[in-house]
Design a protein around this ligand. Structure first.
Ligand code: HOZ
Length: 435
């Protein structure tokens, strides 16, 4: 009997009522093959599926479980808060405390608006940039993913890259014509677009460290030059920190890279795993949001008390304990170094990209600096590795186009087990391949 018997049955059943059996496409395992594993619970660094299998978790709910799953203080805070009602549709003091806390952690945030997801945050930030500048076009980078609002579904990473979707039916030409794209790290291409569309570009939006085509780092000077271009051309510089915000440092990628954006978007991390997003930044721009200004944006569940208390509790822990980031960094480096040593031993060409607790392993002998280089890696080999790891109790992202996210509940024994499994995989594979 399969170790995934219950998951398989649940997937059969799910497909009768849910498109593709999942509520977010990457979860369907379409690129890695096989059927998705249905989760039942998680604690600390471990996931438990519907068949009772345990996995070491390397996705951390795509970022937010920085301190591990079911983190006691967050769970307790939610339990207490929920007795006061799950939603008011009216303001609460907790929303002010949350905004004040974020402002202490990210000093260039003057004003911040809560929403319910990273998609909403990026969509609203773009609308605001357009409303503020009176311009329509914006630049995004191939393989960056800013949620599924129409304007961003052009050369997007994450699920679109995973499923090889080039154009999205339903997104009109009128909308996508205003989306200009360049390769990540390609400054001349940005400069060319800025010159070609002088005075027409409202915003440049970027993942300062990419997590949606594997983990990709900005080349030295790249973000600094973008910052300068934005200043010179009156373009709003938007950092999408849905994955990096409060994960790479208490001040996010801005603090880690020592560069300020005009607007910053946040997502899942600030909800401690509950559905939250936010966008914030300079007062001069943010004051154009309704009801201060006319750029409209609203939501009944924005600032939801349960989501706020979860996020507030998590962010406070992160703010008050900077050692967490050092520990996460050390653990991720240990994992990356351990995997690199195994790959060297087995003579497997590779590139391991890492920034803080985000990491991805690419099987190739060229640097991974943008979407094109990421898509030329050996994805078939990643897919085989994914299933070997899964069968042996390690849950990697089910796509070569996603970053791995470490959580601080992981022990060095977990990391050693993972590294040893890499050894096992290539040992078995090598033996098979020589047959
Ligand atoms: N697109 C998300 C990761 N970049 C996956 C979301 C999910 O399936 O939960």
């Amino acid at each position: 009997m399969s170790m995934y018997q219950n998951s398989k049955q649940l997937f059969e059943r799910a497909q009768q009522s849910i498109p593709g059996g999942v509520n977010s496409p990457v979860r369907a395992f379409k690129s890695v093959g096989g059927t998705p594993v249905f989760m039942k619970s998680a604690k600390g660094a471990y996931l438990y599926d519907a068949d009772g299998n345990q996995y070491i978790d390397y996705i951390a709910s795509w970022g937010p479980m920085i301190l591990g799953h079911a983190y006691e203080p967050v769970v307790k805070a939610i339990q207490e808060k929920v007795t006061y009602s799950t939603s008011f549709g009216a303001p609460t003091e907790l929303e002010i405390k949350m905004a004040e806390l974020i402002k202490t952690m990210v000093p260039n945030v003057d004003l911040i608006r809560m929403v319910s997801s990273g998609t909403e945050a990026c969509m609203s930030a773009l609308r605001l940039a357009r409303g503020y500048t009176g311009r329509n076009k914006f630049i995004k980078f191939d393989g960056c993913y800013h949620g599924h609002a129409d304007a961003f579904l052009v050369k997007a990473g994450s699920g679109m890259a995973t499923l090889n979707i080039q154009t999205v039916p339903g997104v009109t030409g009128g909308v996508s014509n205003d989306t200009l794209t360049c390769a990540y790290n390609d400054l001349p291409a940005v400069e060319q677009l800025v010159n070609q569309y002088k005075g027409e570009i409202a915003a440049i939006i970027i993942e300062p460290v990419v997590g949606n085509m594997g983990c990709i780092l900005p080349a030295p000077g790249f973000l600094e030059r973008l910052r300068k271009i934005c200043d010179e051309e009156g373009i709003v510089f938007i950092f999408d920190e849905v994955m990096t915000g409060f994960r790479l440092a208490a001040g996010g990628a801005q603090a880690k890279l020592n560069i300020n954006a005009d607007l910053i978007t946040y997502g899942k991390v600030i909800g401690g795993g509950l559905p939250v997003g936010a966008f914030g930044g300079k007062k001069e721009i943010m004051q154009h949001i309704a009801p201060l200004g006319n750029v409209y944006q609203a939501g009944t569940l924005s600032g939801n008390p349960i989501a706020m208390i979860a996020g507030y509790t998590l962010l406070n822990e992160l703010k008050n304990n900077p050692a967490i980031y050092e520990e996460l960094d050390a653990k991720t480096k240990y994992l990356g170094d351990g995997i690199a040593a195994i790959l060297l031993q087995h003579k497997i060409p590779n590139r391991i990209n890492r920034f803080g607790s985000m990491i991805s392993v690419h099987f190739c002998d060229h640097d991974i600096i943008d979407f094109e280089s990421a898509s030329r890696a050996n994805i078939l080999l990643f897919n085989q590795l994914f299933h070997f790891m899964l069968d042996n109790g390690v849950y990697l992202p089910p796509s070569a186009y996603e970053s791995w996210f470490l959580n601080n509940a992981l022990t060095y024994a977990d990391l050693d087990k993972t590294i040893e499994l890499f050894n096992g995989f290539f040992h078995t594979k090598g033996a098979k391949d020589t047959k």
